[in-house]
Design a protein around this ligand. Sequence first.
Ligand code: ADP
Ligand code: MG
Length: 311
Amino acid sequence: MSELRIEAKSLCKNYGSLVAVDNLSFDVGAGEVLGFLGPNGAGKSTTMKMLTGFLAPTSGTAEINGHDIVNDSLAARRCIGYLPEGAPSYGEMTVRRFLEFIARSRGFEGKEAVRAAGFAIERLNLKRVPEQTVETLSKGFKRRVGLAQAIIHDPSVLILDEPTDGLDPNQKHEVRHLIREMSSEKIIVISTHLLEEVHALCNRAMIISDGRMLVDDTPAGLIARSRYHDAVTLVIEQPERVASVLSELPEARKVELREGELTVFPAEGCKLFQVISDAVREHDWSVSELRLEAGRLDEVFRQVTQGGDAQ
Ligand SMILES: Nc1ncnc2c1ncn2[C@@H]1O[C@H](COP(=O)(O)OP(=O)(O)O)[C@@H](O)[C@H]1O
Ligand SMILES: [Mg+2]
């Protein structure tokens, strides 16, 4: 029963006639940082609300560390820390009082609640602002307070709904750093529509669209699905002339000229980079950029969620 695990079993949620989550099943284990990726309205938040026991599934269920979220909700919830979308909190309370309040609602009493709040303040670097009211904090600090309330009972499973949404780049970086620090001894599930976030934070990615899971892969596996994977892009003088030369290479399947960049796609099983570097040298072309493409996540995402050959 103490194993670290989320097991979603055919989770479904209907809102009236709308199917928001459609038969989702998956397993998550210790050390996994799972990213739910999907367009707005995909069903990410609804799935998280069901996993955290805030919303009853229409059918199906999930187990958190062996506790059923429907039949054993309290035990399941004890294992979970949850940052809801937008992270609402009690603005007129000070950070410390708010966190002590959350600690008490989590079952800590007296000095224990004070200690738990102190621990969370420490962990989320809130030591500069514990006596400030939550509503006077910057967005970045408010989000940290949201994370602090999520970890106050030291849960083994963290469910974070768009944890960096609305933050500026520095704040995003900081929140990601905090999440990464916490990830070793927990299961973390985050939702995001930012591909870079999955890349920066997750070791597993699920693309969800219209309530259904379309892809379950590693970020590296995801990017390797891109048609740009292993392509070579050049920024070069006289690209049309270069394109016609490169398209004759047996290793090249296709050459595309787009917004001044020339991209060469490899034929099945071929490596292009060395061949193209050699050609550049041989013809003495004037190149300002030559790069091997890892793949483009945004293109994979569009392709998977919209179908067809998105560019
Ligand atoms: N309380 C609700 N009542 C009716 N429809 C809802 C409710 N909450 C969400 N929805 C709908 O369910 C779908 C999934 O929403 P949501 O889970 O919030 O998606 P995401 O978090 O991926 O943006 C959307 O079409 C949304 O409009
Ligand atoms: Mg959402």
